[in-house]
Design a protein around this ligand. Structure first.
Ligand code: UD1
Ligand code: CA
Length: 456
């Protein structure tokens, strides 16, 4: 196995973000930018990650404490070469070294592997790209034979050099021993008074090395994030990539530009997702799932053939095969719906276990409850699970029918096939197959005269 050390520069302040949060902790697809880079780096077998932190280092360290990264502080930001210098004590002498950036978050595993393959005994790898507008980037200078000779920073470039479209992405790969030998030779004699890592290229040439240039698979991989506008562009590029992966795996998206995934989404085939849906945390969709517009699904498992109508919110729950939810259903944590259930509009459930074929079609609150199979809950039924201090449970047996606008004061139980008359307030258990009626009897007054309007 080849040893690989991956240095990730993340010490910069990110002034243009206008934020108290260090730049690399701003999120893309629900995860800090830096985590995306660490995830890509994790695809290198035998890789060791060294993260250079500076501004807000305590916050950065806290955010990545569960990754197996070595964290090194750069007290003063004196330039990219100085930042890399901080990692020297941790490099393994036989390693290939790859340098990545915490604010260039979409670098792909594929490109990382191409970069590492470009390193050999007399070659170093450099990731470059041609841009129509190279403004702000270091320019890649080639000799008449086409070999890369140097990188010149924008602020140090001559007018001719400014016309070069090939730019330095910053991503670099070379042997640890070369890096250790050349880095101390870099000075800060330049327009910005910084130690430029890019000076390594000219040093490599002077030492007889050749620069292998590699191009990223897609241009969005090397987009840097300096302000919140670029952050939003990078977010959309990532979302489009996630949407395309989902479509290629057999899900139809009404509009890939109006799809958002912040976390892990796994899906079977022949699913349809309408516009403006958001998936967060870990969501698993079966096959043949239909999701209407404006749904928000977090940390949930959705079975095969489920239909989720528009504006439904589902959180930390399970939905059984062929169930129909919404529109406007709110499925709160701990809900477990069986197969073929129906939870309709303006229904809220929480910690509710609902058996197969049961229906809660309209305007209900079902919390801390266990419903058997084929239960029917009438419109407007409310479970009073909370007495102001404690939560209590409600149990409803198979085939029970709860009439509309009933109030079930927990703890309370309804036996199998029990029947609750509409408008009842239950405070006692109902035995199997019994009818419970708890409402004032209707009284009709015949020949009643309506009040007449008084003259004044
Ligand atoms: C750098 C490259 C430039 C390239 C560009 C690509 C140099 C000298 N220039 O320029 O050729 O086109 O990236 O985006 O390398 N950092 C530290 N410590 C420091 C200085 C920087 O950790 O002391 C980190 C920053 O947080 C950032 C990265 O290194 O993540 C790049 O630094 P930055 O100052 O933004 O470099 P650029 O001027 O963009
Ligand atoms: Ca800069």
């Amino acid at each position: 196995m080849i040893t690989t050390d991956i240095i990730i520069l993340a010490a910069g302040k990110g002034t243009r973000m206008q934020s108290a949060l260090p730049k690399v902790l701003h999120q893309l697809a629900g995860q800090p930018m830096l985590s995306h880079v660490l995830t890509a780096a994790d695809t290198v077998v035998g890789g060791q990650k060294i993260v250079i932190t500076g501004h807000g280092s305590d916050k950065v360290e806290h955010a990545i404490k569960d990754t197996d990264s070595i964290i090194v502080q750069q007290q003063e930001q004196l330039g990219t070469a100085h930042a890399v210098q901080m990692a020297i004590p941790y490099l393994r002498s036989d390693a290939r070294v790859l340098i990545l950036y915490g604010d260039v978050p979409l670098i792909s595993a594929d490109t990382i592997h191409k970069m590492l393959a470009a390193v050999s005994d007399n070659n170093i790898g450099l990731l470059t790209i041609n841009l129509d507008d190279p403004q702000g980037y270091g320019r890649v200078v080639r000799n008449p034979l086409g070999d890369i000779e140097a990188i010149i920073e924008q602020k140090d470039a001559s007018p001719d050099q400014l016309d070069i479209n090939e730019i330095n992405t910053g991503v670099l790969a070379l042997g640890a021993s070369q890096l250790i030998e050349w880095l101390p030779q870099i000075d800060n004699n330049n327009a910005q008074g910084e130690y430029y890592l890019t000076d390594l290229i000219a040093l490599a040439r002077a030492n007889g090395y050749k620069i292998n240039s590699i191009q990223p698979t897609s241009a969005s991989e090397v987009k840097g994030v300096n302000n919140r506008i670029q952050l939003s562009h990078t977010e959309r590029a990532l979302q489009l990539q996630l949407a395309e992966e989902l479509m290629l795996s057999g899900t139809t998206l009404a509009d890939p530009n109006r799809f958002d995934q912040r976390g892990k989404l796994s899906a079977g085939t022949d699913n349809f997702i309408d516009v403006n849906c958001l998936f967060e945390g870990e969501v698993i969709l079966g096959s043949g799932v239909y999701i209407g517009p404006n749904c928000h699904i977090t940390d949930s498992v959705i079975g095969d053939g489920v239909e989720i109508k528009s504006n439904t919110v589902i959180e930390s729950s399970r939905v059984g095969d062929h169930s129909i939810l919404g529109p406007f259903a709110r499925i709160r944590p701990g809900t477990e719906l069986g197969k073929n259930t129906k939870v309709g509009n303006y229904v809220e459930t929480k910690k509710a276990i609902v058996g197969d074929g049961s229906k809660i079609n309209h305007l209900s609150y079902i919390g801390d409850a266990e419903l058997g199979d084929n239960v029917n809950i009438g419109a407007g039924t409310i479970i009073c699970n909370y007495d102001g201090v404690n939560k209590h449970k409600t149990l409803i047996g198979d085939g029970a029918f709860v009439g509309s606008n009933s109030t079930l004061v927990a703890p309370v139980a309804i036996g199998q096939q029990g029947f609750v008359a509409a408008g009842s307030t239950l405070t006692q258990d109902v035995s199997a197959s019994a009818l419970a009626v708890s409402r004032t009897k209707q009284r009709n007054i015949e020949g009643w005269k309506r009040p007449a309007k008084k003259d004044d």
